[in-house]
Design a protein around this ligand. Structure first.
Ligand SMILES: [Zn+2]
Ligand SMILES: [Zn+2]
Length: 267
């Protein structure tokens, strides 16, 4: 059982209800922190999102760490090769989910290097001999600070690491026969990237955008205007119908957020 602690997620802004819109710095109101085990049990019924029977990127999302970070396992349903996006912690749960699918994990993908997204990276990479792909080099200082982040937020010990491959805007990542496009989306952190599967109509956006909110920008390297520019210039072109998997909370579509999210409404 993971000890529950009241701590502030490194995640999202929440609209404070001002007429001027989103202030972009308050703590995202996730559900109360719960043990990852309990959260996983509750979410078990979500199972894998099966998009089409064959020849399509598939994924399963499981909330990990006391911050309920949406770690996703993505895989090619032809080869059953898979990647873990953002293994922030609760590695036993992640490995059990991969085994159950069953998916053969071949790489770790990182959106950014906050502890709830990257805390388990070094250990998982070591234990399964996996390459670490991403984030963008702008997050080097957050990777270096992982041990300190772990102490500050009362996470299990976390090691820093050197990515096997840094990512840049316009790169692609291959998962089996599926290709994920990479967009650099700074603003929440300087080196934040998102992964886009055009074939599946899905985007894994970390803490850039949430259903009803956007990432917080008060942490080192954060910048509100840069974040909004990332969202409008690099996410919106993926299309209104694209379903995004945020770093915390439920999925939504870009179209719905453009219409309803007070932080980016009308953009
Ligand atoms: Zn987060
Ligand atoms: Zn974050």
């Amino acid at each position: 059982m993971v000890r529950m602690a009241r701590i502030y997620p490194l995640s999202a802004a929440v609209t404070l209800g001002t007429a001027s819109g989103c202030l972009g710095w308050k703590t995202f109101r996730n559900p109360e922190p719960r043990s990852a085990t309990a959260a996983f049990a509750e979410n078990r019924t979500l199972v894998a999102t099966r998009l089409r029977p064959v020849n399509m990127l598939q994924y399963q999302t499981l909330p990990v760490t006391p911050f309920q970070q949406n770690c996703s396992i993505v895989w090619c349903d032809q080869t059953m090769e898979g990647a873990v996006i953002d293994p922030g912690g609760d590695l036993a749960l992640i490995r059990a989910a991969a085994d159950r699918l069953p998916v053969r994990l071949t790489q770790i993908l990182l959106t950014h290097a906050h502890i709830d997204h990257a805390g388990g990276t070094a250990t998982l990479a070591h234990d399964l001999a996996l390459p670490i792909v991403g984030p963008h080099p702008g997050d080097q200082f957050w990777i270096d600070a992982l041990p300190q982040q772990a102490r500050q937020f009362r996470f299990p010990e976390a090691k820093s690491f050197t990515p096997t491959r840094w990512l840049h805007d316009g790169d692609t990542v291959q998962v089996g026969h599926s290709v994920l496009g990479v967009r650099h989306c700074p603003g929440h952190t300087p080196g934040h990237v998102v992964f886009h599967s055009a074939e599946a109509g899905r985007a894994f956006v970390g803490d850039v955008l949430f259903a009803g909110s956007i990432g917080r920008t008060d942490l080192p390297g954060g910048d509100h205007a840069t974040l909004v520019a990332s969202i409008t210039q690099r996410l919106w072109p993926m299309g209104d119908e694209t379903v995004f998997i945020p770093g915390h909370g439920p999925e939504s579509t870009f179209g719905r957020e453009r219409a309803q999210n007070p932080c980016v409404q009308g953009t």
